[in-house]
Design a protein around this ligand. Structure first.
Ligand code: SF4
Length: 290
């Protein structure tokens, strides 16, 4: 497959065919993110993307059942571009059952419900969106580009179109200063967005990012491990989604957990409490990754 630069995908897309239809992230401002800093955002020529799909068909056509469209916010592509990709994927991969992509709240709000319905009918069935926090002060500090209320509106639009949503939150995003507000706001935002999947990652300050600069000037401090677990506890305990698969299995986390919210809330909170008491081992620093 032909890829430009580093490729990122959610853990649950490990077995998907990754199709790079955009290069980089159209927003590219989040202070903690270094994934696409070396890429100038552009939409890949449609002919090139369709040629990749044909190449994948020739090589793996009968085996591909999931396609993840990269890079950082591929939902930014316009409707015609998306439909050409989705039509080609359906024609190329007879076993196709899911096409997904990363999206920002603004990508979603830039599309009408009718446009999203058309994309879902053409095969775009799942989006990954990372509000990271439900605290507006934190969202502004990390330059997420949208408020908590805009994330709620964006999620409602996706849900109304029948597109599944996976929402990603970032433990530590508020720093020590906004830790409590970040956790409480995130619990509220999980309730407000009501996604099908929720995951929590743990913030790592990556060198050369704006956040690393703030940290070096003493203007940002990552909460201690216990405080990060406390944020997780507050989020799980306070969130009231209808029914969301919940995971903290990302390599960045100290405590890998899984279940469904709200059904498994008590069990998950109890496990976090046991971890805080030292009765459940945490992932060692050397085992953690971005
Ligand atoms: S929207 Fe996502 S990919 Fe783009 S800068 Fe923010 S975190 Fe990075």
């Amino acid at each position: 497959m032909r890829y430009e630069g580093s490729i990122y995908r959610p853990p649950s897309e490990a077995r998907s065919y990754i199709l790079q239809a955009t290069i980089g992230c159209s927003w590219n401002h989040c202070t903690y993110c270094d994934m696409y800093r070396d890429k100038q955002f552009r939409v890949r020529e449609l002919d090139e993307t369709l040629a990749d799909i044909e190449l994948a068909r020739q090589t793996y056509g009968g085996r591909i059942d999931k396609v993840f469209v990269a890079d950082g916010d591929a939902l930014v592509l316009d409707g015609d571009h998306w439909r050409a990709i989705l039509d080609a994927c359906r024609a190329a991969f007879p076993r196709l059952r899911r096409v997904s992509a990363y999206a920002t709240a603004m990508n979603l709000l830039d599309k009408s419900e009718a446009e999203l319905v058309a994309l879902r009918e053409a095969g775009l069935t799942q989006l990954y969106i990372g509000p990271e926090s439900g605290d507006d002060v934190t969202l502004k500090k990390i330059a997420k580009g949208a408020t908590a209320a805009q994330h709620v509106d964006a999620a409602a639009r996706a849900r109304a179109a029948g597109i599944k949503l996976s929402a990603i939150f970032l433990l530590g995003a508020g720093g020590r200063e906004r830790s409590a507000e970040h956790a409480r706001g995130s619990a509220e935002l999980i309730t407000g967005m009501d996604p099908d999947f929720v995951s929590a990652l743990t913030l790592t300050v990556v060198p050369k990012t704006p956040l690393a600069t703030l940290q070096s000037r003493g203007k940002f401090a990552l909460p201690e491990v216990d405080a990060l677990l406390g944020e997780l506890r507050t989020m799980v305990d306070g969130a009231r989604p209808t029914s969301a698969v919940f995971r903290t299995n990302h390599a960045s986390n100290y405590l890998p957990l899984g279940g469904t919210l709200p059904a498994d809330r008590e069990r998950i909170v109890e496990t976090i409490d046991r971890a805080l008491a030292g009765d459940v081992p945490l992932r060692q620093e050397w085992m953690r990754g971005l």
